[in-house]
Design a protein around this ligand. Structure first.
Ligand SMILES: Nc1ncnc2c1ncn2[C@@H]1O[C@H](COP(=O)(O)OP(=O)(O)OP(=O)(O)O)[C@@H](O)[C@H]1O
Length: 799
């Protein structure tokens, strides 16, 4: 209906019926100001009534007579109204009415939705009644405190439940109000006390740390420094010589989210007389939400990094600047001669060129060719080898056509390739400003752009390359990228390194970044037989995480952690902050040769299912043959990375395309995430640099132990559950008592209460299981306690 016709209809209607109370803006202002002034008048009258009520009481029956004088500041009206509300009504609690009326007036006057006042009125009136009752209860002889209502109800109730009964009732009503209206429960109170104590403690410790030690001072200065560093950051292709990082380049402080304001749309009418419509889209908040909001208000968002709050990220100065003082020079004569060779060679095959363009990358130069009209692209593709021969260079790759461009690309290696230092890619704004979950700065593309990808999106990576072509450097680049971006609380690595040399440096950061199985000495796995247990343990972890996600009703780890940080998931129900887990297997061929199906199955299972719950696999191999990279594995690893391989067949196995055999080595690589191949120059990070980074991290305060994976007991290696009394731990009985008293069978409880290491606590739990005191392992849940109390325990142990 158009506006005009609507207006006509309404005016017709108003002629026929009574004039309707139209709550347009004008009416609201009028009614609002009336109520506001009325409420204020009530307050004034009530206040003055407190002083004048006795003198005015005598004239109450004569208020209609003009010459009678009342002492109330609002004269006879004030005296009468106050007498009605305070004396005959609710006593002092009647101020509630005055305030409620004033506020309602104010809301209308300011055109704020009065719907919100419903609860306000309800609770206001209930509180008024309660207060009047209370005052009537405490001081029944002062009539104006509780009013007639307060007095009478008291009188009535006391006749039935007595004075003490009314006192208890009043106390109960108060608690009812505090809990339902203010969400005020004893644990919130304790929490409040604790948080106050904590903030006092923190203030003290910050005063102490400011007084002593430069190191702590540095950590306090991080935020400021970061903003300074941000300004200093070189844009990605600038020379990194200008970079001077002193401290952590990143900080993972979790920003506190502002609560979303309720959306309100007011549709104002052009016409003064028309009704203005207010559409409010306030969402109803459920119980859980308000408690979590309250928790967040009281304690702030959960901060996973709190345990290592002073952790400092490695600085950029730990990385070497390989190109210091050198600028990447483009050899014009080299470009010219290559161009001529290409043109001549193609001419020999009767392929004319309309246009040619060169893009110089760190290791190769891309010559982009637009052939003359009528030349078939397949013809050029077929001549790949001949053209390569004519150009007499290794590493020629022909891309016909370049996807999305319709031109033909010929990549020719540069005579003097330049290194891409890890330092440059880490310092690039692309990496520094990334919002990716697990960002990896691989290196640079052919057009010198820094290439950053998200491991979390891949979600698993298959890497291949013949020996000496840059695979180990590539793995170090991946791990270093993550170390520069992720706090130890956010990501954990499981490293499998049968060669026993490549990844040993990461041992130093075991208690910061590594994850391992309980009872395992070395976090980095070098023994193939142990890999199977770890993979299966990871499967247990995966299943447990899926249960947590299901319970939290979220789809992936990011949503889960978000919800956990917002304190919407209760740690008492097993919920915890979940770090990403990255499993790196170097020399996968070795592993599959020795363990075969036993590793293939859990790897394939993890690869299929683990993406949502934050477990990501990186598998590297020298020999990408089909019996190593089986169909099952390949199908679940969409992201592939190839360094130079020795044959076209290997290239096909890893990339499903040729090209990796044509690479030039030394970090020259091809990467695909399932669609286009990208040629990249891998960044270079040398062992001493990695050592400096791990030393820097390793020297800082760490967690008590590496991140613990769930226990997994292999079938044949199953630890016997013999209950040998002589072999029991010395503190077995103490542990049993703790477990039975707490009725909670968890190793971490023993760790905390008895100050034990994880391994010993785990062993004791096994012994308790063998003795029949706790039930079997149940994944992420605590074990069931089978003994009900200490007497039963005593009897059991004596037997
Ligand atoms: N990204 C790179 N930039 C420059 N040079 C590189 C790069 N990657 C590797 N190299 C050079 O190649 C050498 C061998 O690299 P790397 O040790 O990574 O090979 P690998 O493939 O792991 O060999 P293996 O499988 O035998 O361990 C390095 O010592 C370095 O000199």
């Amino acid at each position: 209906m158009t506006k005009k016709s609507k207006k006509n209809a309404s005016s017709k209607k108003s002629k026929l019926s009574f004039p309707k109370l139209n709550f347009n803006k004008k009416n609201k202002v009028i009614l609002g100001s009336f109520l506001l002034f009325f409420g204020i008048s009530l307050i004034i009258a009530f206040v003055s009534f407190l002083f004048t009520w006795k003198t005015d009481q005598s004239i109450l029956s004569e208020v209609a007579q003009r010459d009678v004088v009342a002492q109330n500041w609002l004269s006879k009206f004030g005296a009468k109204v106050s007498h009605f509300f305070i004396y005959e009504g609710f006593g002092l609690a009647s101020f509630y009415i005055a305030v409620l009326v004033s506020i309602t007036g104010l809301y209308l006057f300011l055109n704020i939705a009065v719907k919100k006042l419903q609860k306000f009125w309800l609770w206001g009136l209930l509180s008024m009644l309660w207060l009047s009752l209370l005052l009537g209860y405490i001081l029944p002889s002062y009539a104006i405190l509780g009013g007639v209502i307060g007095f009478e109800i008291n009188d009535y109730l006391q006749a039935y439940i007595g004075k003490i009964g009314v006192g208890i009732l009043l106390a109960f009503l108060f608690i009812l109000y505090a809990v339902t209206r203010l969400n005020f429960t004893p644990d919130v109170l304790i929490g409040k006390l604790k948080s106050t104590k904590k903030s006092i403690d923190e203030d003290f410790s910050s005063v102490e740390s400011n007084a002593g030690g430069k190191e702590n001072q540095a950590s306090n200065e991080i935020p400021e420094q970061k903003s300074r560093e941000d300004e200093d950051l070189p844009k990605e292709d600038e020379q990194p010589t200008t970079v001077d990082f002193q401290d952590s380049p990143t900080s993972t402080s979790s920003e506190k989210e502002e609560p979303k304001p309720k959306e309100k749309i007011v549709i104002e009418s052009q016409n003064q007389d028309d009704v203005a419509m207010e559409v409010e889209t306030a969402e109803e908040e459920d119980e859980v939400d308000t408690t979590s909001k309250k928790l967040v208000e009281d304690f702030g968002e959960f901060d996973p990094t709190l345990e290592l709050a002073n952790y400092q990220f490695p600085g950029i100065d730990l990385l070497k600047d390989y190109n210091k003082g050198k600028s990447i020079t483009i050899d014009q004569s080299e470009l010219e001669s290559n161009k001529n060779k290409i043109v001549d060679t193609l001419k020999n095959y009767k392929i004319g060129i309309a246009e040619i363009k060169a893009t110089v990358g760190p290791t190769v130069t891309l010559y982009e060719i637009i052939p003359e009209a009528g030349i078939r692209i397949s013809k050029i593709k077929n001549l790949e080898d001949d053209i390569a021969l004519s150009l007499s260079a290794l590493g020629i790759r022909i891309i016909a056509p370049i996807p999305g461009k319709g031109t033909i690309g010929i990549e020719v290696p540069n005579q003097n390739p330049s290194i891409v230092p890890m330092r440059t890619v880490i310092a690039s704004s692309k990496f520094q400003e990334t919002k990716m979950a697990l960002p990896i700065a691989f290196g640079k593309t052919i057009s010198n752009e820094t290439f950053v990808v998200d491991l979390a999106k891949m979600p698993h990576l298959l890497m291949a390359g013949a020996t000496g072509q840059g695979k180990s450097v590539g793995l170090n680049v991946i791990l270093t990228s993550l170390l520069y971006q992720k706090h130890p609380a956010e990501v954990k690595f499981i490293l499998v390194d049968p060669k026993k040399v490549e990844l040993t440096l990461f041992n130093k950061i075991e208690r910061h970044y590594l994850a391992k199985m309980p009872d395992v000495e070395e976090a980095i796995i070098t023994d193939n037989s142990k890999v199977i247990n770890t993979l299966n343990s990871l499967c247990v972890e995966m299943d447990a995480r899926y249960d947590l996600l299901k319970d939290a009703m979220v789809r992936n780890i990011a949503e889960y952690n978000e919800k956990f940080k917002a304190r919407k998931l209760n740690p008492e129900n097993g919920h915890k902050f979940l770090p990403y887990i990255v499993l790196v297997v170097d020399e996968f061929a070795d592993l599959i040769m020795t363990a075969g199906k036993e590793v293939e199955t859990p790897i394939a299972r993890l690869a299929q299912l683990a993406r949502a719950i934050g477990i990501h696999l990186i598998i590297a191999t020298q020999r990408p043959s089909v019996n190593v990279i089986t169909g099952m594995i390949k199908a679940n690893f969409p992201a592939r990375l190839a360094f130079r391989v020795t044959s076209k067949i290997d290239s096909r196995t890893i990339l499903d395309a040729g090209g990796a055999d044509q690479l030039i080595g030394r970090g020259d690589m091809l990467f695909t995430q399932g669609n286009d191949l990208v040629r990249l120059q891998c960044a270079f990070v040398d062992t001493p640099e990695v050592e400096r980074i791990t030393d820097f991290i390793g020297s800082q305060k760490a967690y008590p132990d590496a991140h613990m994976l769930p226990e997994y007991v292999g079938e044949e290696s199953g630890t016997s559950l013999d209950d040998n009394v002589d072999e029991r731990d010395k503190r077995f009985r103490e542990a049993a008592e703790i477990i039975v008293t707490a009725q909670q069978g968890s190793a971490s409880l023993l760790q905390r209460k008895m100050k034990l290491g994880y391994n010993r606590a785990g062993r004791i739990i096994d012994q308790l299981e063998a003795a029949g005191i706790v039930g079997p392992f149940e994944g992420s849940k605590a074990r069931q306690v089978l003994v009900t109390d200490l007497t039963a325990l005593d009897q059991m142990l004596e037997n």
